[in-house]
Ligand binder design. Structure first.
Ligand SMILES: [Zn+2]
Length: 177
């Protein structure tokens, strides 16, 4: 068998559903997962994978794949449950809060941007307590200087307040830090 024949043979063999299923099982073993994680931890490898998925062909493939995936029976309902549960985790809530702040900032033309994980770090730096009532409640990002008074959406303008305290502070500039 020539090298080219071998290549074609391998390609056909790997495209069978049985092979794919086997491969999937193998890839989901704890050892394989750990190996993959170690591989991705190398910045060079991660950059390579990122560059690969950013190619137009891969993006088009991914789009088709996702479309088919979400069209599978029961997926929509599953996603709904997943999203609901995710929004209940502190990480999910933080990401959502960052997303909302980003869009409010755009509306006000305020510069700056912070991420969900950045927000979680900020919360934990203050012991996950509201800075106004000092209670350990579910926290929201409060803009020390509100957008309406020219405040930015940088993390440096954010303080953790619980929802009731955030409402009570309103559009005043009160630094509880
Ligand atoms: Zn509070």
């Amino acid at each position: 068998m020539t090298k080219e024949q071998q290549r074609i043979y391998d390609k056909v063999r790997r495209s069978t559903p049985e092979y794919k299923a086997k491969r999937r099982d193998y890839d989901s073993t704890p050892e394989q997962r750990a190996k993959q994680k170690a591989y991705r931890a190398v910045p060079k490898h991660r950059a390579k994978q990122k560059a690969y998925s950013a190619t137009p062909e891969q993006r088009a493939k991914q789009k088709v794949y996702l479309k088919n995936y979400y069209a599978m029976p029961g997926q929509r309902a599953k996603q709904k449950v997943y999203k609901k549960n995710y929004c209940r985790t502190s990480r999910g809530r933080a990401i959502q809060a960052a997303f909302m702040a980003k869009h409010t900032a755009i509306r006000f033309g305020a510069p700056g941007h912070f991420t969900g994980p950045q927000l979680l770090t900020l919360f934990s730096n203050y012991g996950n307590r509201c800075l106004r009532c000092r209670r350990k409640r579910s926290l929201t990002p409060d803009h020390v200087i509100p957008f309406s008074k020219g405040g930015t959406n940088y993390i440096s303008n954010i303080q953790p307040l619980c929802f009731p305290c955030n409402m009570k502070k309103g559009r005043r500039t009160t630094d509880y830090r």
